[in-house]
Design a protein around this ligand. Structure first.
Ligand code: AMP
Length: 458
């Protein structure tokens, strides 16, 4: 008997939870599972790491266990929308773990992999489909999938969906879904644009919320080192030389920036890998695996690629560049200090990133601890090995100035700027969206409520 029993979940689920070693529901599970089991719509405010996947997966599986129904061709009974393929894979894995013994067909569809296999997979119909919105719409447009029989819809990480420009895809999908359905909506933040989206999808929802963002932020020791852009690489190499940096996640703003960091670290003998939208699915999986099992202790990631990845025991988050939207900072540092542990976040702040820092401190209501540059930093930096030069074509791409939110005032200007902004990676780009679309077209206005946050980041 464990305290999951009080929730009244079906026997196979209780067994699966016991096998997974879960002894008690997390707070979001305690709040979300009972109303979801009653068939109510849910609006949940929770980040990854809180157990939110099980909070929606368990009541869904419970319903499928109690209402066995024939699979219909080209249909799914449950549709879960995820902003990224990594998160989609993880959600599907969770459904499979908790749903062991239920004989359900649980599948994923996302971009970046051939369509034909997914078309064939959908022919016989599935029970639970986890999908990124762009690829899902593609499949619907090709008549490989109908949404008429979706009885339960989950929209996960809604804030990230908006950040990635999926709003039009979501509106289209909304119009295709049956009116009679249960909808479960999750987001780490709930600014007005997300509330608006939620109100379209939900009917009389029960609101559940756990750990406001500041709580994660409070558990993490947060330091900032002021450093010129040109000197960040050397600072990173020297910082990571500290053996206390056992398992570090380094965030860069662009894909090429991530690759450049990896080249420098490897030249200095630090084993590491990058995950971002230009990496193939097998490459990303290999990198994550190596990081998880400790073969590499440094993973360099863009915000989008890192979203939703479930890696425990990240000892340090290093913000090689500060994100231009403060909510993203909170997402990043949430990768450390998971499940109530302490964590460490170090941010490198160049002169032109000071305004980003101010926004972050305003949001988290925490002043970052200022750490001086290491002693004899310049001398130590000069001794570091240099990586093999990159091909000229790539350099050219990286040389153009950064766009997005206009640069903060009082900038000394970075010595080397990052590459141009991109829309969501091809895998997740909303169907019909132009390849290199600029978001927030009015250009110089500030982001509202964090919903045009990371468009330039993949
Ligand atoms: P999530 O927030 O869904 O990404 O879950 C974060 C992690 O917590 C995952 O590794 C889950 O396997 C784990 N987890 C979820 N629920 C529980 C629970 N009740 N007890 C222990 N671990 C859990």
């Amino acid at each position: 008997m464990n305290s999951f029993d009080s929730l009244g979940l079906a026997e196979p689920l209780r067994l699966a939870l016991a096998r997974a070693g879960y002894t008690a529901p997390t707070p979001i599970q305690l709040q979300a599972i009972p109303p979801a089991l009653q068939g109510r719509d849910l609006c949940g405010i929770a980040q990854t790491g809180t157990g939110k996947t099980a909070a929606f997966a368990l009541p869904i599986l419970d319903r499928l266990a109690r209402e066995p129904a024939h699979r219909r061709k080209l249909s799914t009974r449950v549709l879960v929308l995820s902003p990224t393929r990594e998160l989609a894979t993880q959600i599907a894995d969770s459904f499979r773990t908790y749903g062991t013994g239920l004989k359900l067909r649980i599948e994923t569809v996302f971009g970046g992999v051939p369509l034909n296999r997914q078309v064939r997979m959908l022919e016989g119909g599935v029970d639970i489909l986890v999908a990124t919105p762009g690829r899902l719409l593609d499949l619907v447009d090709r008549r490989a999938l109908m949404l008429d029989h979706v009885g339960i819809l989950v929209l996960d990480e809604a804030d990230q969906m908006l950040d990635l420009g999926f709003i039009h895809a979501l509106r289209k999908l909304h119009a295709l879904l049956p009116r009679r359905r249960q909808s479960l909506f999750f987001s780490a933040t709930m600014p007005p644009a997300i509330r608006d989206l939620a109100s379209r999808f939900l009917q009389d929802p029960v609101e559940v919320a756990v750990t406001p963002q500041a709580t994660t932020a409070e558990r993490v020791r947060q330091r900032v080192i002021f450093v010129n852009q040109a000197e960040k690489q050397a600072l990173l190499t020297l910082t990571l030389a500290d053996p206390a940096m056992e398992r570090s996640l380094v965030f860069t703003r662009t894909k090429h920036g991530a690759d450049r960091v990896v080249r420098h670290l490897q030249a200095a003998g630090i084993d590491c890998a990058a995950i971002h939208g230009n990496k193939s699915q097998p490459q990303r999986e290999r990198a994550l695996e190596a990081f998880r099992d400790g073969r590499i202790r440094v993973l360099v990631a863009t915000d989008i690629a890192a979203r939703g990845i479930d890696i425990d025991d990240v000892s340090h988050v290093v913000n090689f560049e500060l994100p231009n939207v403060p909510e993203q900072y909170v997402h990043r540092i949430g990768r450390t200090a998971r499940a109530g542990r302490e964590g460490d976040a170090i941010s490198f702040c160049a002169p032109d990133e000071r305004a980003y820092l101010r926004d972050i401190e305003r949001l988290t209501r925490i002043g970052l601890e200022v750490e001086p540059l290491p002693q004899d930093f310049l001398k130590a930096a000069a001794r570091l090995p240099k990586p093999v030069p990159v091909p000229a074509s790539q350099d050219a791409r990286e040389g153009s100035p950064r766009h997005g939110r206009h640069g903060p005032g009082g900038s000394g200007g970075p010595a080397k700027r990052q590459g141009p902004p991109r829309a969501a990676g091809p895998a997740d780009r909303p169907a019909g969206a132009p390849g290199r679309r600029r978001f927030g077209g009015k250009g110089r206005s500030r982001p509202q409520g964090g919903n045009n946050a990371t468009r330039a980041l993949v």
